[in-house]
Ligand binder design. Structure first.
Ligand SMILES: [Fe+2]
Ligand SMILES: [Fe+2]
Length: 202
């Protein structure tokens, strides 16, 4: 029998990360992470992803979100991370990059799928594996998100992960276009990839 969410949360490694997050993040952000954790673990079961890896990716995806813009840029410098032009101009794209470093150095995560999921959770990526796709959708769709698109994406995510990824990328792009801000190429590539030879095209 599979572990319950309560058992997963009671694992010493989960407790260590959850403690760090509750100390560092705002209460609202912490509740968001717990909600992402619940949805990611549930979707992992549905789509045949390793549940423990899903738990780690979800818990750690916003682990650098407490840092100020200044701290994020100084961490980028310290790690010698090369930013692309869109990342350079948009500090909200930095926390996934530093989240990967925290996962490796502070929480000794070694699984590439987990690190990739953390890395891709904001922009998406056309080469996302199933765990990355699950986290990308869950971050957008978890139930503490109040916009109506979250409920749509959540429903889609159980029926077709592919369609859910398409919907999230499309909604994000429409939102960013409306705001008139930069769109990361990975989000556009994610959107395009979900249309290539898929049933969504019609
Ligand atoms: Fe995030
Ligand atoms: Fe998040």
């Amino acid at each position: 029998m599979d572990c319950t969410l309560a058992e997963i949360r009671a694992h010493p490694k989960s407790i260590e990360i959850q403690q760090y997050l509750s100390d560092k993040l705002s209460e609202k952000r912490f509740q968001h992470v717990l909600s992402v954790q619940e949805l990611t673990v549930d979707l992992a079961r549905v789509h045949g992803v390793n549940v423990w890896q899903a738990n780690l990716a979800a818990l750690l995806h916003d682990s650098a979100k407490w840092m100020s813009t200044k701290e994020l840029y100084s961490e980028v410098e310290r790690y010698g991370i090369r930013l692309d032009p869109v990342e350079k101009a948009n500090p909200s794209l930095l926390h996934p990059l530093i989240g990967v470093k925290l996962a490796i150095e502070k929480f000794t995560v070694t699984e590439l799928e987990v690190l990739e999921a953390i890395r891709n959770h904001t922009t998406g990526s056309p080469s996302m594996g199933v765990l990355s796709q699950v986290l990308y959708v869950a971050d957008f769709a978890e139930p503490t998100r109040t916009h109506k698109e979250a409920a749509v994406a959540r429903k889609l995510a159980y029926a077709s992960l592919h369609r859910a990824v398409h919907y999230v990328a499309r909604t994000e792009i429409a939102y960013l276009l409306e705001k008139g801000v930069l769109i990361h190429p990975n989000t556009l590539h994610t959107y395009n990839r979900t249309l290539e030879g898929s049933e969504i095209q019609k």
